[in-house]
Ligand binder design. Structure first.
Ligand code: OTU
Length: 664
């Protein structure tokens, strides 16, 4: 281990080795000095045993940081400084700025390409989102490439979508409008057509070592024994036999996605260089794809291992030196207690944002059952976060909905876990009698009976069925459900995220079945193209599209100016004694001005009434419903203190007067 004193010696040695030593940017040097010990410590912990010359490795990392910082465009450096200033002045990190909302889209499906994207920005502004996640836009193999998550060149741009220059220009354009760009770093695996994989196939030792390769099939089998399968139906097993190499390569996702061996320090150096270069193109948030899978150890599930966390810490410490404006978003769709570990990481930071996968599942649970016990009892416990971190709260994304929550919570809510799971799968695949949903099962595993759920928000909420049956009342309820889910994502905690097409209520898209490259992956049913006609209809008052877009936009607009809805403002779930309602008390952060808000949601198609003084005893006096007048209205009667929530209504009741002062 390098000790503190030798750390200083090492940094001095490094400065001496740089010809431009004296010309290095002082801010850069200050940042490097501040992080150097953490970087050296993590690098040695991860790679020490594999390094002949640990000092040389650490100096290489420092070199990379210096080079990346030197080529960081001036406007991005100015942005870094502004973001650091915010924090220094006590305004908190930029990505937790109150009012931010996010949108995610496949560039081709949303706008054709980077050039078309520019013309779609007004749509995003109308919706009220300021963070845009453009999903993988990198070169990838033709045919099945897992929606671009099989990357063949991390620093290129898929020619069908545009050029590297257009990517940087898109980032600049977004920044000019006060918006931010999020993009993927697909760091667990690359495509089997990536030059590293091609070189490994040719037998180049250096590159073979970039992957987990087993010449002995039995050894691979042993290694994988405890590893779960991500796509059991279409990509069973965790290894693929590669004839040219006469060996088994680890492929946890698809056979064309080769897992990188992050225990190899050269893989770390490669990925760090890529990360810093992407940051220099103006990306503000890097979504760390499949981050739980980074480290593998025989005999384990090869998920959520401590080393995976150390890798993220090391990457973040490095990014903080060369591109300190950059935030990491953890894509860790794992158990709630494991997700928070990517955020709450002790003294060295890890990710700043993470998908609130548990909230997402809990919302769908409540919608199917019409009961909120599982949500109300689980949500709070899993959601306490470290300062400076926040959730991305969402109803749908491009992936399936997995039902991976703790069985104990289901039991506590009075359900039998197995039967409950079966019910949810039947409900959302439309098999359950009376179900309004039109989804499909994804990755059904006949051995375990497990499956996940595919379908767009609208189709799962009943819009597809209602329109097909020409049932206006049912369509009306479906619209309310869609707005309710987005409204809760916008007001329970975190930063709300809208998945492209959901703001227009786009139904399942069955064209995926006609494309052989997509046909075995039904997640494509909920990745519709942004239909220009639906977009046009959204501008016509009274249409379904305008009601959904209008409803969601209104919620995002109103939320923007409510301090209690800052992403990291406190919340508390209240238990109203009505199993069909969710009640959540939001308070402005300590020291911030603003009133408390009671978020109230009805998960049934009927009216529910509630006596507020009872649930609010001592918490404050209801003054008005900030959402009143919307699509699913509530009715607040001051005299009696009673609120009537209409079908699937959401209310934001502002509280005045006496109340507890925690957080306020
Ligand atoms: C991610 O999802 C992406 O979001 C998917 O679109 C990709 O197919 C996949 O990675 C491979 O790149 O299993 O069902 O805990 O759950 O990484 C989706 C994280 C997935 C995994 C997640 C993965």
């Amino acid at each position: 281990m390098v000790q503190a004193s030798s750390t200083r010696a090492l940094i001095t040695r490094w400065l001496g080795s740089r010809t431009e030593g004296s010309r290095l940017d002082p801010t850069f040097l200050a940042r490097l000095g501040y992080r150097f010990e953490a970087i050296a410590g993590l690098a040695l912990r991860l790679y020490g045993p594999r390094l002949d010359d640990p000092d040389a490795f650490i100096l290489r990392v420092a070199d990379l940081l210096a080079t990346a910082h030197a080529s960081r465009p001036p406007e991005l450096r100015a942005g870094d400084a502004a973001r650091e200033r915010r924090v220094a002045q006590g305004e908190g990190p930029w990505y937790l700025e109150p009012g931010l909302a996010a949108y995610m889209a496949y560039l081709d499906r949303f706008a054709g390409n980077f050039r078309g994207f520019r013309e779609r920005i007004p749509h995003l502004e109308r919706l009220g989102v300021r963070i845009v996640h453009l999903m993988p836009f990198f070169p990838c193999p033709a045919g099945n490439n897992d929606g671009g998550y099989a990357v063949s060149d991390y620093l290129g741009v898929d020619a069908r979508l545009g050029t590297v220059a257009e990517l940087a220009e898109t980032a600049r354009e977004l920044h000019r409008r006060g918006m931010y760009l999020a993009a993927d770093l697909v760091l667990n695996h690359c495509s089997d057509e990536h030059p590293w994989a091609l070189a490994a196939r040719r037998g180049e030792r250096r590159y073979r070592d970039y992957f987990h390769v087993f010449s002995d099939g039995a050894a691979a089998e042993r290694f994988g024994r405890a590893m779960p399968e991500v796509f059991p139906e279409t990509a069973p097993g965790n290894f693929t036999f590669v004839p040219e190499m006469d060996a088994w390569v680890m492929t946890v996702f698809h056979r064309f996605q080769w897992d990188l061996d992050w225990s190899n320090p050269e893989v770390f150096i490669e990925m760090l260089g890529i990360l810093l270069e992407l940051a220099n193109r103006g990306i503000d948030i890097l979504r760390l794809d499949a981050v739980p899978y980074l480290w593998k150890r025989e005999g384990t599930e090869c998920r959520n291992l401590d080393e995976a966390h150390d890798i993220v810490r090391l990457l973040k410490a490095c990014a903080d030196v060369a591109a300190p404006g950059l935030a990491f978003l953890a894509e860790a769709i794992v158990q709630p207690s494991e997700i928070v570990r990517y955020l709450d990481s002790g003294s060295v930071e890890e990710c700043q944002l993470a998908y609130h996968a548990s909230l997402m599942v809990l919302l769908w649970d409540a919608l199917a059952t019409g009961k909120t016990a599982v949500l109300s009892h689980s949500f709070g416990e899993e959601t306490r976060l470290a300062p400076g971190t926040g959730w991305i709260s969402y109803a749908r994304c491009h992936d399936d909905i997995g039902l991976g929550y703790d069985e104990e919570k289901i039991l506590r809510a009075g359900f039998t876990p197995r039967a409950h799971r079966r019910f949810l799968l039947d409900f959302y695949s439309g098999r359950y009698p009376g179900s309004f949903a039109r989804g499909r099962l994804f990755m059904e595993d006949p051995r375990s009976g497990d499956a996940r759920i595919s379908g767009t928000c609208a189709s799962l909420c009943g819009l597809e069925k209602a329109l097909e049956e020409g049932d206006e009342a049912a369509a009306d309820l479906a619209v309310k459900r869609i707005v309710l889910l987005h409204g809760l994502a916008a007001s329970l905690t975190g930063i709300p995220l809208v998945y492209s097409g959901d703001e227009l209520g786009l139904p399942n898209d069955f064209s995926w079945l006609d494309d052989p490259a997509l046909a075995d992956d039904n997640r494509w049913m909920h990745r519709p193209r942004l239909d220009p006609e639906a977009l046009a209809r959204s501008e016509v008052e009274g249409t379904i599209e305008s009601r959904i877009l209008g409803g969601v936009a209104r919620i995002l607009r109103l939320r923007k100016d409510i301090p209690a809805f800052a992403p990291d403002a406190p919340f508390e779930i209240l238990h109203p004694g009505d199993e069909h309602l969710v009640l959540c008390l939001r308070s402005p952060k300590a020291g911030a001005a603003g009133t408390r808000i009671l978020v109230a949601a009805n998960f049934t198609a009927g009216n529910r009434s509630l006596r507020l003084p009872q649930v609010l005893s001592g918490l404050g006096v209801p003054s008005r419903d900030l959402l009143a007048g919307g699509d699913a209205p509530s009715c607040l009667d001051f005299a009696s203190g009673r609120i009537v929530l209409g079908p699937y209504a959401l209310a934001w009741i502002e509280l005045a007067g006496p109340g507890r002062t925690d957080g306020a």
